[in-house]
Design a protein around this ligand. Sequence first.
Ligand SMILES: [Mg+2]
Length: 380
Amino acid sequence: MEITDIEPIFADRYLFVRVHTDAGITGLGESGTWGFLEASAGALETFERYLVGQDPLEIEHHWQACYRNAHFRGAAIMGALSAIDIALWDIAGKYHDVPAHRLLGGPTRQKARVYAHVYGETTEDLLRGCELAKERGFTAVGHLNPLGDEPRSKPYERTHVEELELATDRVARFREAVGTDVDLCIEIHRRLDPEEAIALGRAIEPYHPLFFEDPTRPDNFDAMARIADAVDIPIATGERIHTSHEFEMLLSRNAVDFVRPDVCMVGGLSHAKKIAALAEAHYAKVVPHNPLSPVSTAACLQLAAAIPNFAIQEYPYKQDGGEPGRELLVEPLERDGGYLRIPKGPGIGVELDDEAIADHPYEPRSVLTRQHADGSVVDM
Ligand SMILES: [Mg+2]
């Protein structure tokens, strides 16, 4: 079997890839570099020149060849490599007529616990989101930012004490709203400096969040370790880093309890499984990052079913109901209360619907930076 074509597919706000073979089997993957998908598609073109004519089943060899041949690092390249890796596991599963997780040593579980997204600008919006998720059968909510999801067009202006007291009060009210039936995955989206994150983290300890996610920007692993050391809530981080080496640096500093590899950015299923093994050696658990389409969700479910230390899966679920991108699939994923079932079909278990793809033109992103009242850039 030989690879004949690498086909990038832009649709909605996603970049998919189909890897075609001369055996009539095609593999499907997705790039997780959602801020820079055009750059990721450029890297796909470079990889295509190498991959056409190769045996798609030599997955690890192609991974190493693509990553190490010209050792430039970065998310755009890793998003492309991840999309290809996922597509090659899809091909391998279809070739052997088994789900990809069977080739990765699974299944370790039959369904994967998920957390629903909650977002909103006001306390009332956020509380309603928590209550709706509970009513819909979810046992955890995430993307849940006690600083609120204010529009980027609105200049930021709050005193330190106002921000701290508002966020602490909101977490107390989230807990009151859902009781002990629902875990709170508190997400800061990199918006605080370490000393602010420590103050907020300590203030919300009594409400027992499942984790405190990206309390500060991810570039400095020692800063994350300082927060992890000072706050008695598990730290979740990793969605913006993209190699096993960086995860090892976080783990070796005790800077993370829940690693958040994005299967579509850390090098696909091949590398996500290695990151899970590094985490396992540190008794850390895996919460795959997934703000993308159900193709990414399907790849995440293959990982969940192949590793022992899976904790919970991020599941984009709109507050007004439904899974974004669901209509792009031939057969949607199946939810069972607070879980998604592991797809039983060969490969990653899902296929794109070509007609639906044609009906969802690509929506390119721009730079959408929020500003402080003084005109300077605010992290979002
Ligand atoms: Mg996040």
